[in-house]
Design a binder for this molecule. Structure first.
Ligand SMILES: Nc1ncnc2c1ncn2[C@@H]1O[C@H](COP(=O)(O)OP(=O)(O)OP(=O)(O)O)[C@@H](O)[C@H]1O
Length: 469
């Protein structure tokens, strides 16, 4: 069975003592780091760096032929992107200072606790991954490049902001760090997570767990599994979702609803990469990558003491925010066409023609339920469709008398009231005339849409519009 290498770049261990290379290699593998190369001949190091995608070097100082300090200078000059950690038998302050000045990332003495060295390597891996993602992002944005547009084929959009999100996804997809996906309900977070998984090139499955409504024991049991007899109803041992995801992606949806006690468990899982099945005192290693999503404002929940600050900071290192549909109205006609096609196929009907006014009507609506709401409207309209031009009825019914966005915003902030800053208010009939002409402009001359915008009947509006005799 082939095993996914972690991290995506190699870690080169350089030391003239084969025993140290062997034992350090085993310790790193136990900590989940298995993309390792070793070299016991200092003269071969530069060739290995030229031939392999090395991101980090663990370098001994005292070696025959070339010293570690000499090699450090050569690496810094020829491979400035490579992180060098010195692991030396010498505990000398001046040497350590000289190495750090020469560009070393860290300096450890071989006799220090191995645990500390492993932690240092993990920190360097994270740093190296972030640097690589930054570089990737810069080139992608600079050349406006998408390498795998097919991975996003299920996400219908023509929006520039969404394209930048796709570029970001391509840059972070192979990283092992957790990813936070936020956005209002119905914006397409699940589709984004599926694309992320596809691009991660991971061998395991995408396993989704909705944590809303699960108490602490259920969260632990679902994720970590249990041993046989670990509690009264645990008749058989059962592996959890982490095990099921294998080397794939563990997707935790509705993370904003996770209780504080479960948040501690999740933080520990992300920090240590280990978990204990219920009833077991032997830790298991998580090989999956964690992606979490929420429609809630985590910053607000954190400020209110309902979400742990440390977990929030850990999760938001890689953050994708999907904008609501009302902020990318250009997508509405594309989505209508897409769902029309899909629904017609499902209902076995001929695809209807869309009336020109539909786009205007929908552009005046703020879609609190986002793409999911639009999809339901189109499906509803198609289910009643008899042939010819699609009726606007289903859409008008769904939108009903909902106030337009501007009116809702005014309640939240009095200064956004258009009259707020006016010293003298316009006369009553002047104000109404201005309002009516603005509604007609926004509805592109369509009186029934303008009437809906104003919350009056069409006949009331046309009376206003009649020239006075
Ligand atoms: N850009 C899009 N193109 C095509 N379909 C979309 C798009 N965005 C969302 N959808 C569809 O809208 C519905 C809702 O999307 P999804 O379930 O991904 O939303 P969500 O953000 O995860 O919502 P929630 O927070 O409620 O779980 C799904 O049927 C999805 O296929």
């Amino acid at each position: 069975m082939s095993v996914t290498l972690y991290p995506s770049f190699s870690i080169l261990l350089v030391d003239d003592e084969p025993d140290w290379l062997y034992s350090m290699g085993i310790s790193l593998e136990r900590a989940g780091i298995n993309n390792i190369l070793t070299c016991s001949d200092s003269r071969a190091v530069m060739k290995m760096l030229a031939d392999n995608p090395v991101g980090i070097v663990l370098l001994d100082l005292t070696m025959p032929h070339l010293s570690g300090q000499e090699l450090l200078g050569m690496i810094a000059e020829e491979h400035p992107g490579v992180t060098v950690i010195i692991v030396s038998g010498l505990n000398q302050l001046e040497t350590a200072v000289a190495c750090m000045r020469g560009g070393a990332f860290d300096y450890y003495v071989k006799t220090s606790e191995e645990e500390r060295i492993i932690k240092g390597v993990k920190r360097a891996v994270r740093e190296q991954e972030l640097q690589r993602e930054n570089r990737e992002l810069r080139t992608r944005f600079l050349y406006d490049r998408l390498e795998h547009p097919e991975a996003f084929s299920n996400i219908i959009t023509g929006d520039k902001g969404m394209r930048s999100i796709f570029q970001y996804i391509e840059a972070v997809a192979v990283s092992s760090q957790p990813i936070l996906v936020t956005g209002e309900s119905g914006v397409g977070k699940e589709l984004v997570v599926a694309a992320l998984h596809k691009l991660s090139r991971r061998k395991g499955e995408l396993v989704a767990v909705n944590v809303a409504g699960l108490d602490d024991t259920m969260v632990a049991d679902t994720l970590f599994g249990h041993l046989k007899g670990s509690y009264t109803s645990a008749g058989e041992a059962r592996g959890g979702m982490i095990e099921q995801a294998g080397e794939g992606t563990l997707f935790l949806d509705e993370i904003g609803d996770l209780s504080l006690a479960s948040q501690v468990k999740l933080l520990r899982l992300l920090q240590e990469g280990e978990y204990y099945p219920i009833g077991s005192d032997r830790p298991r290693r998580m090989r999956a990558r964690v992606v979490v999503a929420t429609h809630q404002e985590l910053a607000d929940r954190q400020a209110a003491g309902q979400f742990r600050k440390d977990l929030f900071y850990r999760l938001r290192a890689h953050h994708l925010h999907i904008p609501p549909l009302r902020k990318r109205k250009g997508d509405i006609p594309l989505l209508v066409d897409h769902f029309l096609e899909e629904a017609s196929r499902e209902f076995g009907k001929k695809k209807a023609t869309v009336p020109k006014e539909l786009a205007i009507l929908l552009s005046t609506y703020d879609f609190p339920g986002n793409v999911r709401e639009l999809k339901a409207m189109v499906y509803d309209a198609v289910s009643f469709h008899q042939g010819g031009v699609l009726s606007m009825e289903a859409f008008i019914r769904a939108i009903g008398g909902r106030p337009a966005e501007a009116l809702v915003e005014r309640d939240a902030d009095p200064s956004s009231n258009p009259f707020f800053a006016m010293e003298r208010l316009p006369g009553f009939s002047d104000a109404i005339e201005l309002l009516v002409s603005e509604a007609i402009r926004r509805a592109e001359g369509n009186q029934s849409i303008a009437a809906r915008l104003l919350g009056v009947s069409q006949s009331a509006l046309s009376k206003r519009l009649k020239p006075k005799s």
